[in-house]
Design a protein around this ligand. Structure first.
Ligand SMILES: Nc1nc2c(ncn2[C@@H]2O[C@H](COP(=O)(O)OP(=O)(O)O)[C@@H](O)[C@H]2O)c(=O)[nH]1
Ligand SMILES: [Mg+2]
Length: 503
């Protein structure tokens, strides 16, 4: 508690004490006066007065408490509920996915980004990001805006080599506004594409984008602006350095710009400013420094944030969380894919080996396919689906039947026979082809199952046969078959040949 506060309280107590003494003496006098006439009346009056005073003191205390009680911190208004909940749910799902990412670096980076979005959701500030070509005047704009609104360029909240963020408030908006200055689009060849990457990322995460240009739009400006705006990014196009143009030309440039971006930015959202106007030489020879001309932007920004701020934030948070989810899904998919592919690789040579040692009549390739039950179970596990071998067998068998009905077994046999013929002697051709075919069919089956599990255990609209057919087509290109045959010779056929040679 500050000293002045303590002094105030002591003073108030003294005054109160004085009042109390005065009150008591007045009451005593009153009682004495009344008691002369009637002691009973004196008693009644005194009690009445005491009760009245007690009520008064009570009421006074209550209002004092109302006034002095610690005021609750004003929370920023709630972001529109439904979208917030959707975003929260997305983030929980993303967290679950992130936990499964095995690559340490990717997981860290991802956790970091998820945290950023979560914090953003909790804090609920409005993020305005300044983006555009290098030296269009982004930094000058930020300084001028802060100068206009805050009266000075305050301390940055955070500066990295990539971006600087400032915090301020606008009247009528109950949220903090974060204004971020980025290096924007750098000249080609400048070291630091990473910096540009981050600037683009920040632009993509913004609630409101201030896109700065200093003349008509170049292609290197139009393209990113267009793609940001197309992705739903609320944008204001700022034409800076207007002090370099005579008034008549400013209008011309403005309408040119408005026309160019007409499809995705409303005309009112294209404004002209002079964030750091050049010094001018007066006719008298004196030099004169004009003040920044930034009001059109500040007004428009304030209007947009006031009218649409809440929606922009809600929309943006949802979008961010969805994007995170989408990216996490992709990373996980690639990771699972790699694991599942390894499983298929392993099993294809196992079944190739089994068949080449104990050659089966063609029909029994069906039986061999049933050997693949274990493969199905393992692929399922990679995709977080636990199933027993019985179910695996069922799936493998129905897939083998599909292979037969589609004529893929015969097709594969022919293709591989052709590829192998030129490579090995005819005396082992039968077994070799059977072994290689079994390996190949296992591969097709495995790849088909990967698709099945990727799609949450459904075969899609075209059913199992469409998936299988697709995998067959993907795995029958000449080049691939040649390579596959080579590997089959090394892994399946050479062992058989050497065993035959021994006997
Ligand atoms: N004439 C004029 N020059 C400006 C204006 N705004 C910025 N500049 C100049 O443009 C140059 C680049 O500005 P800066 O803010 O650093 O651009 P940034 O790279 O986009 O951050 C500097 O020399 C500024 O003085 C303006 O409104 N008028
Ligand atoms: Mg700058």
């Amino acid at each position: 508690m500050s000293r002045s506060r303590i002094l105030q309280i002591i003073l108030a107590l003294l005054v109160l004490l004085g009042l109390l003494l005065w009150l008591v003496s007045t009451l005593v006098n009153l009682y004495a006066g009344l008691a002369n006439f009637s002691p009973v009346l004196a008693n009644v009056v005194i009690w009445l007065v005491i009760v009245l005073i007690a009520v008064l003191v009570g009421a006074l205390g209550y209002y004092a408490w109302l006034f002095l009680r610690p005021r609750q911190q004003r929370l920023p208004p709630r972001i529109p509920e439904a979208r917030t909940e959707a975003a929260e749910e997305n983030l929980r799902a993303v967290q679950h996915q992130v936990d499964q990412i095995q690559d340490e670096v990717a997981r860290q980076a991802f956790a970091e980004r998820t945290k950023r979005v979560e914090e953003y959701l909790a804090r609920g500030e409005i993020r305005v990001v300044v983006f555009g070509t290098g030296s269009a005047g982004k930094t000058s704009l930020v300084n001028a805006v802060l100068g206009e609104i805050v009266g000075q360029v305050g301390a940055a909240m955070g500066t990295t080599t990539e971006a600087t963020t400032y915090k301020f408030r606008l009247p009528g908006i109950e949220r903090d506004i974060w204004l971020t200055d980025t290096p924007g689009i750098l000249e080609a060849g400048v070291a630091g594409t990473g910096r540009e990457q981050l600037a683009r990322q920040l632009a993509a995460e913004a609630d409101l984008l201030l896109f700065v240009v200093d003349s008509d739009l170049r292609k290197s400006e139009y393209d990113p602006l267009r793609s940001l705006a197309d992705s739903g990014k609320r944008s204001i196009l700022v034409f800076n350095k207007s002090d370099l143009y005579p008034d008549s030309e400013i209008e011309a440039v403005l309408s040119q710009l408005r026309q160019r971006v007409n499809a995705f930015i409303a005309p009112v959202d294209v404004v002209a400013i002079a964030a750091a106007p050049q010094e001018v030489q007066l006719e008298s020879g004196d030099r004169f420094q004009p003040t920044p001309e930034i009001l059109p932007l500040v007004r428009r920004m304030a209007a947009v944030l006031r009218d649409e701020g809440e929606d922009l934030i809600a929309e943006n948070i949802l979008l961010q969380s969805q994007r995170l989810g989408e990216e996490a899904r992709q990373i996980l998919d690639t990771q699972r894919r790699r694991e599942a592919d390894q499983i298929v690789d392993r099993y294809q040579w196992i079944s190739g080996g089994v068949v080449s040692i104990t050659p089966l009549p063609m029909v029994d390739l069906l039986g061999a396919a049933a050997v693949n039950a274990q493969m199905v179970v393992e692929i399922g596990r990679v995709y977080g689906c636990e199933m027993n071998v019985e179910r695996g067998k069922e799936l493998a068998l129905s897939l083998a039947k599909t292979l037969v009905s589609l004529g893929i077994i015969r097709g594969a046999t022919e293709v591989l026979a052709l590829a192998l013929q030129t490579n090995i002697g005819t005396f082992v051709i039968g077994r070799a082809v059977q072994g290689a075919t079994a390996a190949y069919l296992t591969r097709i089956a495995g790849k088909s199952f990967i698709e099945y599990f990727r799609r949450d255990q459904t075969w899609g609209d075209g059913g199992m046969s469409e998936v299988v057919e697709q995998q067959f087509q993907l795995n029958r290109r000449d080049e691939f078959i040649k390579r596959f045959a080579q590997e089959a010779i090394a892994r399946v056929i050479e062992p058989v040949r050497s065993r035959l040679d021994e006997t």
